[in-house]
Ligand binder design. Structure first.
Ligand code: FE2
Length: 260
């Protein structure tokens, strides 16, 4: 089983590179199942129903979110219609939408779970360990895949070490910078952060001038995604069809200078 995960898609630049490269990646790596973090896909914050549908049309199986899950309020009206959209289990408000799903692919049940870290997050309202234990007590699956959306590397590594014997994959999202610490331990694949799909010449996908204005001149601003050439970041995880445990995790990056 090969699972492709693409990191936080930022704005139109990010959506366009996913649209352009996804078929190529799926064919190149014989991908069976694709997950994309779309929490920044609508103009840098949140997601809309239209964008959710466009990801599905591109061939994405599951779309995960993060701390900006509900930044575009319209998604609240169609959360239950977007059956393959996951919101973090421990994000405020906790009682709407789906936080996990189970799909059957090649006769394997794959559970995908979306969860937020606590460190430096202002809208996480439940300890992620408590949330994860509750979900584990409810589900039965061959492969358990977690998108852990968090700011702090240490928190992500600790979560992976604590749950590694009971889950199959933990990918970190949210920082938008791909880390080089991918590993497989006890049959569980991990990376602290997958990185983003968005404008390369930017501050985490955001317009540089706008961030200057906000951080240095303290001029309030709306989130403005940067424009220009894109970087695509992801990971490919290979899972043993007999043991259902992770065998490999490989980082993927396509940069503007790469011709593929
Ligand atoms: Fe985030």
């Amino acid at each position: 089983m090969k699972i492709l995960f693409l990191g936080d898609v930022v704005g139109k630049v990010g959506r366009d590179i996913v649209n352009t490269k996804l078929s190529f990646l799926k064919e190149k790596y014989s991908v069976d199942f694709t997950i994309v973090n779309g929490e920044n896909s609508a103009h840098g914050k949140g997601i809309t129903t239209k964008i959710y549908k466009s990801f599905k049309n591109m061939g994405v199986d599951i779309i995960t979110l993060g701390n900006h899950a509900f930044s575009k309020r319209e998604i609240l009206d169609s959360l239950y219609d977007c059956t393959d959209l996951l919101r973090p289990v421990n994000l405020d408000p906790m009682n709407i939408g789906r936080s996990y799903t189970i799909k059957e692919i090649k006769r394997k049940k794959i559970a995908v779970i979306n969860i937020c870290g606590l460190a430096f997050m202002d809208n996480t309202v439940e300890n992620p360990y408590q949330s994860m234990e509750r979900i584990l007590s409810r589900i039965s699956a061959d492969i358990i895949f977690v998108d852990f959306h968090g700011e702090a590397t240490a928190e992500k590594v600790t979560f992976f070490e604590y749950f590694k014997d009971r889950i199959t994959v933990v990918v970190g999202t949210h920082t938008h910078v791909q880390t080089a610490d991918e590993r497989v331990k006890n049959g569980c694949a991990f990376i602290s952060d997958v990185g983003m799909c968005g404008a390369f010449d930017s501050i985490l996908g955001r317009d540089i001038e706008e961030v200057f204005n906000l951080q240095i001149k303290k001029i309030p601003s709306k989130f403005k995604p940067a424009e220009g050439s894109a970087i695509l970041c992801g990971v490919l995880i290979e899972i043993d069809d007999i043991t259902n445990r992770a065998l490999k995790i490989k980082r993927i990056q396509i940069r503007p200078e790469d011709v593929e």
